[in-house]
Design a protein. Structure first.
Length: 91
């Protein structure tokens, strides 16, 4: 790609990402409204003609790796494994 093509693609990407943020904000507002309605009605599940809405508390148990490392650094080191990833950024 030429530099001009790259510039145009980046601008287009920025426009699309801005639109995406607006849509995500709208979706989050609608989700919040639906959750508030469920809480107002005092229920964690609501059935409509086409949908079932659920707003339930889920409890999970996860390993606290920072506490494990602080309490048992040797054990943490034995079970810690490096991972690699790549990050794409535009600035």
């Amino acid at each position: 790609m030429t530099e001009r093509m790259i510039e145009n693609r980046v601008r287009k990407l920025q426009e699309i990402e801005a639109q995406q943020k607006e849509l995500e904000a709208s979706a989050a507002a609608i989700r919040a409204e639906l959750k508030a309605d469920l809480e107002k009605k005092g229920t964690d599940e609501l059935k409509t003609q086409s949908f079932v809405l659920r707003w339930k508390e889920i409890i999970t148990n996860r390993l606290d790796s920072k506490a494990l490392e602080a309490a048992f650094p040797d054990v943490y080191g034995q079970f810690c494994r490096p991972t690699a990833s790549r990050r794409f950024t535009i600035s």
